[in-house]
Ligand binder design. Structure first.
Ligand code: ASP
Ligand code: MG
Length: 436
């Protein structure tokens, strides 16, 4: 069985939704995971914010505007009155629910319920569309099987034990439709896998059922070997190992939700990134093959802050790094890159919410210097075979650019370099022309 996930733009208009059947072959066993229609989740976020501010008129206005879009949407999606009526009932049900929250005490729980309406709308409307065409399909409610635990981590065993019986119950059925993004949490409340989480849903479903393959259908022809907005002549990467994809995921988040790689890797399910606009293009395959000694991709992440702590106390001391890391842990701030010398440590963060507090605490250890507007340039490939040469090649390509930090050896699949954001474009272009 395959799992096919289509993103918001792939279901973003009635025409696009109808075109899914160019890709979905109803005679094959598959689970189709849909995102919300593009723009919907953002709209729902705004509705939640209006409720949170107790601005009910604003919420009502936003709900009415979004509802009007759906009413137009179904006019083009369905042909027969009978199905238009059905579609209208679906819309009314979800929008009445949104409106009814005005009467509730509004908390995070209600907010999550709001966010869950987008995927429920897209899947139900699509299911009705398939009915109109006479294409047999079963709608699987993700809230019946998709689950996260107390730590917000997906519970694959739970997903498997709840999803498999649903599939068995409809053993003779081929095409299943379900919602991406939405799930239940440890308390049974409606929750989600965070923005862009539909990819993650698809990968979790693939892992839970031991799928033959997970396909992520977007509007780009796979992951490129450099940023196509900055560098000319980039190419889609044909194949990435799970390890390489994991390194890149943080950078390529726009095309693949960063966490999606891990369930697929753990259960060895190949993931294909494919383009709805060019269904026959090969896209990018992510699987367990590690092509030895090939540099695959260059990627960049902006808005990075570098923090340097210089302290003579670090010399020959143990426990120093632990104390430094504990400061970041207290403020729930993730560290991305780290490099050390005998008397100093440099690290980077991208979430600066608690930067002032972190700086104040770090001052107790030594001299603290902070550089904002930094960019991590990440070179990904298989650096195991030839340990010599690659780092030199990378550094040679950027020898004219001031480098703030270099991280090499953390894994065998990545070299990360920190530069000023102003030097990013030149760094990406120069690496591209020297490495590919
Ligand atoms: N609809 C959700 C979002 O916009 C999930 C997704 O599209 O993957 O973030
Ligand atoms: Mg996405």
């Amino acid at each position: 069985m395959k799992v096919l996930k289509f993103g918001g733009t792939s279901v973003g208009s009635p025409e696009r939704m109808k075109k899914l059947l160019d890709i979905i072959d109803p005679s094959q066993k598959q689970i189709v995971v849909l995102s919300a229609v593009s723009g919907t989740t953002n709209g729902l976020v705004e509705i939640g914010q209006a409720y949170l501010k107790s601005d009910k008129p604003q919420a009502a206005q936003l709900i009415a505007a979004l509802k009007a879009k759906y009413e137009d949407f179904i006019k083009e999606l369905y042909l027969k009155t009978e199905f238009l009526v059905l579609g209208k009932e679906v819309i009314d049900y979800h929008f009445d629910l949104l409106s009814s929250l005005a009467n509730d005490f509004f908390t995070g729980i209600e907010d999550k319920i709001i966010l869950a309406q987008g995927e429920q709308l897209s899947t139900t409307l699509y299911h009705v569309y398939l009915q109109e065409l006479g294409v047999k399909s079963v709608l699987l409610p993700a809230l019946d099987f998709m689950k996260i635990d107390e730590d917000g981590e997906p519970d694959i065993d739970y997903i498997a034990t709840h999803l498999k019986p649903l599939l068995q119950k409809h053993g003779d059925n081929k095409l299943f439709i379900t919602q991406g993004y939405i799930c239940r949490n440890a308390f049974g409340e409606v929750d989600n896998l965070r923005r862009g989480g539909s990819d993650y849903s698809a990968s979790l479903i693939g892992a839970a059922i031991g799928a033959e393959e997970v396909q992520i259908w977007t509007d780009i022809d796979g992951m490129h070997n450099n940023d196509p907005r900055i560098v000319q002549g980039t190419k889609p990467i044909r194949q990435l190992s799970f390890d390489e994809a994991a390194e890149l995921a943080y950078f390529g988040a726009k095309i693949l939700h960063p966490q999606s790689v891990f369930p697929a890797q753990k259960y060895n399910i190949p993931v294909r990134l494919l383009n709805t606009m060019e269904p026959n293009a090969p896209g990018t395959l992510i699987d367990s093959n590690n092509d030895r000694g090939e540099i695959k991709s260059v990627a960049a992440k902006d808005d990075i802050t570098a923090i340097n702590i210089h302290s003579s106390r670090m010399l020959l001391a143990h426990g120093f790094l632990r104390q430094v890391f504990e400061v970041f842990e207290r403020y729930k701030t993730a560290i991305d890159m780290i490099t050390t010398s005998e008397v100093a440590v440099s690290l980077t963060i991208d979430d600066t919410t608690y930067l002032d507090e972190i700086r104040a605490e770090l001052n107790a250890f030594g001299t603290v210097e902070i550089d904002v507007n930094q960019t991590i340039i990440c070179v990904v490939g298989d650096f195991r075979a030839e340990k010599h040469g690659y780092a030199a090649k990378v550094l040679e390509a950027i020898k004219h650019i001031p480098v703030r930090m270099i991280s090499y050896g953390g894994s065998s699949y990545n070299i990360s370099i920190l530069v000023k954001t102003g030097d990013k474009v030149e760094a990406l272009r120069s690496l591209h022309s020297r490495l590919f």
